[in-house]
Write a protein that binds this ligand. Structure first.
Ligand code: PEP
Ligand code: MG
Length: 547
């Protein structure tokens, strides 16, 4: 058995044969001459437009108008005159219409990809998809991808139109080897609730994989090819349990999160992209407790502009309103490296130049982000959260920068809210120890248990040799959590937990007992946590062993 790690698109399990979707690259070759090849292009384009009309209707029926609208955009792109001119120019080199369409599509896609505006950037994939559809018609291979039995689709990437054509019952899961979590097809996959993962480094999709037995564990974002029979049996059980549970949990939708003895708290969601907000809403999340904004930077080849960031933040804030959306400011460095930041090589990156430290050294980057955040605040209930805080001077710096961001927006005549809440992540021992002082200076705390564990135990969170010792339930950590919670409440501010520990079954009674106000977890865990909390009676919880 071979195990491959990717990133989750939508949770769940799938067991079955692999079905390979692979689009071959068109090799350069001579055609019938520019005029005849252009006629071939036009014919294939009109067939594409017809097929796009059909995809529009299929998606409208399955998912609704908003999701179907994309195919209207694709139609406009297919008929776009700039695209047509680019194909004509390529045909002057006497190449085939297939090659000219591929080259023209790649040129336009590159142009879109280099744009500042997030919406335009996303259009790069659409252009690629439209040109590959025209190429399929040119090759007379328009029937597309055919699956005969329920399978796990494996592909580099899959055009949205192909996905919508396949009967949902035949798709057990999808592995997008090169895709990203934010691509349009990933969004549709989530809407269709298909267990799926993306982004497996160094994996090559070959026709030889067709029919191989595999297990897709989208919860762990893993693909297991050629599993042994006992692993298949274990996973079959896990999948059944998971699905039965999921069904039962639906009863908790629309209900408050409340313990057996009446203690109320809220379950928020952690998201890493603005598109994941749909998942949070679907799972009845009461807010967003951690939007890891650095993924907007990680998905870019250069600094994302204020406008681009604003669009991402606004999308989440608007969709969640009136519920709260806590957006964490840039948290890069350590294990999250971005080339264009040109960060120095360091001996101890986890203790190095990261997060707020970068923002202080390069304030313009921080200011751009704060301006985007304040602009988005106008559209709902946004709160700003800053990671890796260790001292009061950093909190003062944040406040000064926030004021400057508001002043700049005012001078530019832009809309924003004056009273956006500013909170900090308590994820360093320093912030935990000084939490009584910090609580008087900020509007809320959110405990980052992943880093708090790393720094309290002095154990590198990404070192595979230390996994067994990396114990976030360590008494030193739970004791700190208790101190942070007490100090927050003494100062009258709310405190949440947004690290992985927030969904820890063993510690859940402790969190409810000490009065944690909000737990922020992956959207998929929202209802499960609500169910577990409903069974907790805090009168029966003895916290002495945790503090
Ligand atoms: C944490 O440290 O607990 C946290 C939520 O942030 P991240 O995992 O992104 O460092
Ligand atoms: Mg952290």
């Amino acid at each position: 058995m071979k195990t491959y790690q990717g990133s989750r698109v939508f949770e769940g399990y799938a067991l079955g044969k692999l079905a390979v979707y692979k689009q071959e690259k068109v090799e350069k070759s001579f055609g019938l001459g520019p005029e005849k090849e252009f006629e071939r292009f036009k014919k294939a384009r009109s067939e594409t437009v017809q097929a796009l009309d059909a995809s529009f209707m299929e998606t409208l029926a399955k998912l609704g108008e908003k999701e179907a609208a994309l195919f209207e955009t694709h139609k406009l792109m297919a008929e776009d005159l700039d695209f047509e001119d680019a194909v004509k120019a390529e045909l002057e080199n006497n190449v085939t219409a297939e090659f000219a369409t591929q080259s023209a599509g790649a040129q336009l896609a590159d142009m879109f990809a280099s744009m500042d505006d997030a919406y335009m950037k996303e259009r790069a994939n659409d252009v690629r998809e439209v040109s590959s559809r025209i190429i399929s018609f040119l090759k007379k291979d328009s029937s597309g991808f055919i699956i005969k039995e329920p399978s796990i689709i494996i592909c580099d990437d899959l055009p949205s139109s192909e996905l919508m054509k396949i009967d949902r019952k035949l798709i057990l899961g999808i592995v997008f080897v090169k895709g990203g979590t934010n691509s349009h097809v990933s969004i549709l996959t989530r809407m269709l609730e298909i267990p799926s993962i993306c982004g497996i480094d160094g994996f090559e999709v070959t026709k030889e994989l067709e029919g191989e037995y595999a297990i897709l564990d989208a919860n762990k974002a893993q693909l297991l090819i050629g599993p042994e029979s006992h692993i298949v049996t274990d996973y079959a059980k896990l999948k059944n349990q998971y699905e039965e549970n999921k069904l039962k949990l639906q009863a908790f939708k629309g209900k408050p999160t409340i313990s057996k003895d009446g203690k109320k708290l809220e379950i928020y969601s952690n998201i890493a992209s603005s598109f994941e907000v749909e998942n949070a809403i679907k799972n009845d999340s009461e807010g967003i407790g951690l939007f890891r904004s650095e993924f907007i930077y990680l998905d870019n080849s250069t600094y994302p502009s204020e406008e681009e960031q604003f669009e991402h933040y606004k999308r989440v804030v608007e969709a969640m309103a009136p519920r709260q959306v806590i957006i964490r400011t840039l948290d890069i460095g350590a294990d999250k490296k971005i080339d264009y930041f040109d960060l120095p090589e360091e001996d101890n990156p986890a203790l190095g130049f990261r997060s707020i430290r970068i923002c202080k050294a390069r304030p313009q980057i921080f200011l751009t982000q704060l301006q985007a955040l304040y602009r988005a605040s106008y559209y709902g209930n946004l709160a700003i959260m800053v990671p890796m805080i260790i001292s009061l001077s950093e909190i003062n710096f944040i406040k000064e920068m926030a004021k400057q961001a508001r002043d700049n927006l005012k001078a530019r005549g832009l809309l924003y809210k004056e009273d956006v809440k500013i909170g900090i992540m308590v994820e360093t021992p320093s912030a935990a120890i000084l939490s009584d002082i910090f609580a008087r200076e900020v509007d809320f705390f959110s405990i980052g248990t992943n880093d708090l564990t790393q720094y309290t135990l002095a154990l590198d969170r990404v070192n595979p040799n230390l996994t067994a010792q990396f114990n976030p339930r360590h008494r030193s950590v739970t004791r700190l959590i208790n101190i942070i919670c007490e100090n927050a409440h003494k100062a009258g501010i709310p405190v949440g937990i947004c690290g992985e520990l927030a969904r820890d079954e063993e510690l859940l009674p402790f969190f409810v007992k000490i009065g944690i106000d909000e737990l922020s977890v992956s959207p998929a865990y929202t209802l499960a946590l609500r169910e577990r909390i409903s069974k907790i009676d805090t009168n029966e919880v003895d916290i002495s062993k945790f503090i």
